[in-house]
Design a protein around this ligand. Structure first.
Ligand code: PMP
Length: 298
């Protein structure tokens, strides 16, 4: 469950009980998916509770609102401070944080006139996301970037994710890999993708994907760890049977793939570069710097 009778959320200027917050049913957000949101995580670290990449997430939330013509006045600093207060009020440390910006009552197809902010948070420990994912190439493409502002984290885009995810689960897979309109690999329903071949990591170029904050973090980590990383467009053919692969995102962190369309990745995970990234990332989120981690690697 996401909340109980004690849970507090931030809702439009005040902290209120989740059970007492209400909304209006005559709005574009509910009817048309016209809203923007973020998925953020906080971790228990040696220096107390820390929100990982708070600035990047709240900058993206503000950019998403702007791209969608949704008026939104909060600064990144205000949003971050409110989120720390929210965590404290709920006694949360390892948590998933979900800010949602949605619009005031208005059923027309015109831009949002006023927005409301809700920030919700719930406890999260990552144990159940470990393991390896069996992935299928989805029959659903990512939304066409000429039809949507695909770099925005907009609620309506996730209808596509639900369709792809359901198809994959129905066919007995754990996750879907979606292609873009040209048949190049894009991303999963809610994470970016990397694969490893002959000592190099590859990830799709920007264009038809959400520019993930974890993806950017992984690219930075590769540079610090001297792991070659290439952003390019590639087909699922190039990826099938590669050495190793992972999905990455705030929620999933770095999660290993077992196979793509039943063709296994060939390298032993523990001896792959992907595994180094996975371990490095789990150090980073709890505030350990990569220098310490590099020493461990030797
Ligand atoms: N792609 C999609 C479609 C997503 O929903 C997410 C999760 N926000 C990601 C990629 C990864 O983004 P991030 O690393 O910023 O969480």
């Amino acid at each position: 469950m996401y909340y109980n009778s004690d849970t507090i959320i931030y809702y439009n200027g005040e902290f209120v009980k989740a059970t007492e917050a209400t909304t209006n049913l005559y709005g574009q957000s509910l009817h048309y998916g016209y809203a923007v949101f973020e998925g953020i995580k906080s971790y228990k670290t040696d220096n107390g509770t820390r929100i990982f990449k708070a600035q990047e997430h709240y900058d993206r939330l503000r950019r998403s609102a702007e791209m969608m013509y949704i008026p939104f006045e909060y600064t990144t600093e205000e949003l971050t401070a409110l989120t720390y207060q929210l965590l404290e009020r709920n006694g949360l440390s390892d948590a998933y944080i979900r800010p949602l910006v949605f619009c005031s009552p208005n059923m027309s197809l015109s831009r949002g006139k006023e927005s409301y902010l809700a920030i919700e948070a719930w406890g999260w420990s990552n144990g159940y996301l470990s393991g390896k994912q069996r992935v299928m190439t989805s029959s659903f493409e990512r939304p066409n970037p000429k039809a949507f502002r695909i770099e925005a984290k907009a609620s309506g885009h996730y209808v596509n994710s639900i369709l792809a995810c359901e198809e994959a689960r129905h066919k007995g897979y754990d996750e879907a890999l979606l292609l873009d309109a040209k048949g190049y690999v894009a991303e999963s329903s809610g994470a970016n993708v990397f694969f490893e071949k002959d000592g190099t990591l590859y990830t799709p170029s920007l264009g038809s994907i959400l520019p993930g904050i974890t993806r950017a973090t992984v690219i930075e980590m590769c540079k610090e760890l001297d792991i070659p990383v290439v952003e390019k467009f590639f087909t699922p053919d190039e990826m099938r049977g590669a050495d190793a692969a992972f999905f990455c995102g705030t929620a999933a962190e770095v999660i290993a793939l077992e196979s793509l369309d039943d063709i296994p990745f060939t390298k032993d995970w523990d001896s792959s570069l992907c595994a180094i990234i996975q371990k490095g990332y789990s150090n980073l989120v709890v505030g350990k710097n990569l220098e310490e981690f590099k020493l461990q690697l030797r």
